[in-house]
Design a protein around this ligand. Structure first.
Ligand code: NAP
Length: 284
């Protein structure tokens, strides 16, 4: 293997250590812990696991955390009423609604109901607008975590060709905005991009956020590139894997993130960082 492995667990552990120290200071100063509330609707198995991981991370850094589990049968109005209740709770600094919501619920309306100052997922329109104008404060967790990994491994972005594959509101678009803000030359590819390989081969930094196993193969990667794999898929054997064909890409790339153990742990860690930020702001 020629590529250096970007270890998301290692970078996460470092950041969580820093957050724990800041939490101790916060508690001394304000006599309370930063608080996160997660609202989960229904029993989607992936959501159950994600929420559990988020609550465990809170416990690890000493935050107060709660999980409000609502029945699948709840209507949009009922979920929004729950969001508004948490918005008004002064012990909660960060509120996130675990997505996806059951199909009959209007996800956009629920996300919009989260108070901007508690929106630690940064999925709301206000945060998206700030990000586009390069005035972001709380940043969407997955792209922010990727920027932290690039920083940790001293992978320069300024002046580099950056290609983001995928244009979702939660990963692709904010990722492109952050790379642009860091002075990268950014291209976004998506399902209508005719020759994906021709685009990805230009990249010094290649981020794939699609959700298709084996999409990015070694012949699509520029030698020495940093390849960041956001995808979370199951392969034919049911094993967790990313979008990147790890075996062929690791022979060409300069840096590569594994799945699991790459982007995933960083996403949860940035949620913790955002909650601390929201708590500090609430006390100002
Ligand atoms: P999404 O909303 O489904 O967006 C997928 C994007 O991929 C879309 O923009 C789509 O293009 C594009 N796409 C689909 N097929 C393509 C192809 N053949 N070539 C190029 N682009 C293609 O997904 P998401 O929410 O961004 O998530 C993407 C992946 O990341 C999923 O596997 C998800 O589970 C994972 N994820 C991981 C983390 C983590 O913490 N590790 C966090 C979030 C998401 P169009 O817009 O043209 O349809």
């Amino acid at each position: 293997m020629s590529a250096i492995l970007i270890d998301g667990k290692l970078v996460s552990a470092k950041l969580r250590g820093e957050v724990t120290e800041k939490r101790i200071e916060f508690e001394k100063k304000y006599g309370r812990k930063p608080g996160l509330c997660v609202i989960r609707v229904g029993e989607d198995p992936a959501s159950v696991v994600y929420v559990r991981n988020k609550l465990r991370a809170c416990e690890e850094v000493g935050f107060a955390s709660t999980c409000n589990i609502l029945p699948e049968s709840y209507t949009t109005e009922q979920v929004i009423a729950e969001v508004e209740k948490v918005n008004a709770d002064p012990t909660v600094d960060g509120l996130l609604v675990q997505l996806p919501l059951p199909k009959h619920i209007d996800e956009a309306r629920v996300v919009a109901a989260v108070a901007p100052e508690k929106d630690v997922d940064a999925f709301g329109k206000l945060d998206a607008g700030h990000l586009c104008l390069d005035e972001g404060n709380v940043l969407p967790c997955t792209p922010a975590g990727i920027m932290e990994m690039l920083k940790h491994y001293e992978i320069p972005v300024a002046g580099k060709e950056c290609v983001v594959v995928g244009r979702s509101n939660i990963v692709g678009r904010p990722m492109a905005a952050l790379l642009l803000a860091a002075d990268g030359t950014v291209t976004i590819a998506h399902s209508r991009t005719p020759d994906l390989g021709a685009v990805t081969r230009r990249a010094d930094i290649l981020v794939s956020a699609v959700g298709r196993a084996g999409l990015i193969t070694g012949d699509m990667v520029k030698p020495g590139a940093a390849v960041i794999d956001v995808g979370m898929n199951r392969n034919a054997e049911g094993k967790l894997c990313g979008d990147v064909d790890f075996d062929s890409v690791k022979e060409v790339a300069g840096y590569i993130t594994p799945v699991p153990g790459g982007v995933g742990p960083m996403t949860v860690t940035m949620l913790i960082c955002n909650t601390l930020y929201a708590a500090e702001n609430a006390e100002k």
